[in-house]
Design a protein around this ligand. Structure first.
Ligand code: ATP
Ligand code: MG
Length: 424
């Protein structure tokens, strides 16, 4: 019997080939992102990776890929309740914000999360059934400057991890007033060209015609190229919001392009939407995306407050970035030349680690030659050699692995001399 990881998943393991299979790069991205988020006063939220299915279905909306393409991994618990692995981070965060009355604190509440998301999709490069997002939710305000902060944060995190050829696209898809004016016009236009649309877009034409802009179908895109633009229908509030966001982005020097055809994959977005793409990726070129959702908090039973957020895929960030990998390093490898030397070596290793020096020793029962080879392979800066002679003299021999130079140091009163010999 042999087993393989489930379709659409990957492992992170020593020597992993793809950037997202390498642990060092994950630590690098998370460190950079957490640093930047902390500097902007965002606090971490951790919610369960499964929730009631209804939470996700309701928030994503009946026209979303998550619902239309049946992307959710679902199951019934023993009580017969329908549950789903989370396809995205926003619903859980907003649910928790309401459940724990965070809206009663001084607003906004600025949250970030890092964690796995699950979507049953066809596997391709940059598209997995379990992927990881770093995301933020700034809840409890509709101030356009918080939109500026969110977009600038997304851009800064990408730049800090080295995402190449990045372009941020911005649009405003309006408030209810805008939708009331625009959506019937768009729907009527699409109905006139229904014969040239793909079946999903025909269905969405009725439920949420804005979502047809997201279609990758050529015929649909050709129809949409001539469709009425939302920009001409924006309400006064929406135009002013967009102008304020643009002014803020210009002032902060965040490069962006206005794209009046940009809509996002989730039905809950209102007003600001944005997407960061990288020219270094293939077909799956959106690294991170987000938008404002002014109806979501009240829709989930909370007060009538707005919010904005984004989610950015760590796998795609790593695929789009120049590698910043640091080779794993080890300070000291203990070479033991007699069985009685193993426990004393282990004790000394413990003393070194207590001083922040990384150590390892042989657990493979190798002979002296094999252990030196292992010391070399592990990339250790020093080998610490303990044999019968060293034990009887209460010493350790230290070899500088680069120069081959050796010296014997006392070890009977602990690791002090050893620490000095390796310059720690
Ligand atoms: P796409 O258009 O590529 O399907 P999406 O609109 O479904 O993306 P969002 O729901 O906005 O994506 O998710 C935010 C980010 O999460 C994406 O920009 C991407 O980096 C990442 N992401 C989404 N789905 C996947 C996936 N299946 N595999 C890897 N990363 C993903
Ligand atoms: Mg998708």
């Amino acid at each position: 019997m042999s087993y393989k990881g489930p379709r659409g998943t990957y492992d992170v393991y020593p020597g992993g080939r793809e950037p997202h299979e390498r642990a060092g790069l994950w630590a690098f991205v998370e460190d950079r992102a957490r640093g930047i988020l902390g500097l902007h006063n965002y606090q971490e939220i951790r919610t369960p990776i499964f929730e009631e299915i209804e939470l996700f279905a309701r928030t994503a909306g009946e026209a979303s890929d998550i619902v239309v393409q049946k992307e959710m991994f679902t199951f019934r618990d023993k009580g017969g309740r329908e549950m789903a692995l989370r396809p995205e981070g926003t619903p859980g965060a907003v649910r928790a914000y309401i459940e724990h009355n965070l809206f009663k604190l001084a607003q906004p509440t600025k949250l970030f999360y890092v964690g796995p998301m699950f979507r049953q999709e066809r596997q391709q490069k940059g598209r997995y059934r379990q992927h990881t997002q770093i995301g933020v939710e700034a809840l409890g305000t509709s101030d356009p400057l918080v939109d500026v902060e969110a977009i600038s944060l997304l851009y800064s995190i990408h730049q800090a991890v080295g995402v190449k050829e990045e372009v941020v696209y911005l649009n405003n898809i309006g408030d209810m007033e805008t939708r009331r004016a625009y959506v019937p016009e768009l729907r009527a236009y699409l109905q006139r060209h229904a014969a040239d649309l793909d079946p999903d877009s025909v269905a969405r034409m009725e439920t949420n015609p804005l979502r047809t802009f997201d279609s990758k179908h050529e015929g649909t895109q050709a129809v949409l190229a001539e469709a009425p633009n939302i920009g001409a229908y924006l309400s006064r509030a929406a135009s002013e919001h967009l102008a304020a966001v643009r002014e803020g982005l210009d002032a902060l020097g965040v490069p962006y392009e206005l794209d009046e055809r940009l809509v996002r994959g989730l039905d809950y977005y209102t007003m600001t939407v944005f997407e960061a793409k990288s020219g270094a990726l293939g077909a799956q070129d959106t690294v991170g995306a987000g938008g404002r959702y002014n109806a979501l908090i009240p829709d989930l039973g909370g007060p009538d407050l707005g919010g904005i957020g984004f989610g950015s895929g760590v796998e795609r960030m790593l695929l789009a970035a120049a590698s910043h990998e640091q080779e794993p390093s080890l300070d000291v490898f203990f070479v033991t030349l007699a069985p009685e030397a193993r426990v004393p070596a282990m004790r000394l290793a413990g003393a070194l680690r207590a001083d922040g020096v990384s150590c390892d020793l042989d657990y493979g029962g190798r002979g002296a030659k094999g252990q030196f080879k292992q010391a070399d392979r592990s990339g250790a800066s020093f080998a610490a050699i303990v044999g019968e002679d060293e034990i009887s003299r209460g010493t350790v021999k230290v070899r500088d692995m680069a120069s081959g130079e050796e010296r014997e140091v006392g070890a009977s009163d602990g690791a002090t001399e050893l620490l000095r010999a390796i310059g720690a």
